[in-house]
Design a protein around this ligand. Structure first.
Ligand SMILES: *[C@@H]1O[C@H](CO)[C@@H](O)[C@H](O)[C@H]1NC(C)=O
Ligand SMILES: *[C@@H]1O[C@H](CO)[C@@H](O)[C@H](O)[C@H]1NC(C)=O
Length: 162
């Protein structure tokens, strides 16, 4: 839309653009921007009690930014017998989409999302990574088999891009 307007303004100003000018106009592009916070829904983390199995963390990730729209599920299931906490503040775990990974630190959730934008330059300079960390506010329910922390929805602000 904006490009059309610019093109038509150029057309009015310069009656007959030379081929070189036309080429210059069409190579102008607008880099994609991670701006609107990512939406995290159905965050659930189960911490199996000692002697029980099945610790996990799962949630759904949604990016609504123009040109960057992406929906994916993220999960990490701990092996049977490990009885370990799903909280691991030092390690990124992959989502179903290879472009998204996460760190679940219990009190916070960190997301890293990579994407390709040919506006940034030729490959391999056409890739970017965006990050965000947000505090969780989970509801904790305890049962004999373990604790379940859940949060219906949260928004992760994008604080850094590289
Ligand atoms: C947990 O998994 C281990 C290994 O598979 C198994 O031996 C054990 O019985 C399981 N414990 C429970 C409480 O299900
Ligand atoms: C959830 O509750 C249990 C039992 O009160 C507690 O041990 C655990 O630390 C709590 N977890 C979180 C993340 O608040």
């Amino acid at each position: 839309m904006l490009l059309l307007l610019v093109l038509s303004l150029l057309g009015m100003t310069f009656a007959a653009p030379t081929p070189t000018e036309e080429a210059a106009t069409t190579t102008t592009c607008h880099a994609l921007i991670e701006e609107t916070p990512w939406t995290i829904t159905s965050l659930t983390a189960f911490d199996a009690a000692p002697g029980y199995n099945g610790s996990f963390v799962t949630f759904h990730f949604c990016d609504v930014n123009a040109g960057l729209e992406l929906d994916t599920d993220c999960s990490r299931y701990l092996p049977s017998g490990s009885s370990r906490s799903p909280i691991d503040p030092d390690t990124y775990y992959p989502c179903d989409s290879n472009d998204v990974q996460f760190i679940y630190a219990g009190s916070s959730l960190t997301i890293e999302r990579s994407y390709v934008d040919d506006c940034l330059g030729p490959s391999p300079y056409n890739s970017a990574i965006a990050y965000g960390t947000e505090d969780t506010s989970v509801v904790n329910t305890t049962s004999p088999t373990g604790n379940t922390c859940s949060q219906a929805e949260m928004f992760v602000k994008i604080t850094e891009e590289s």
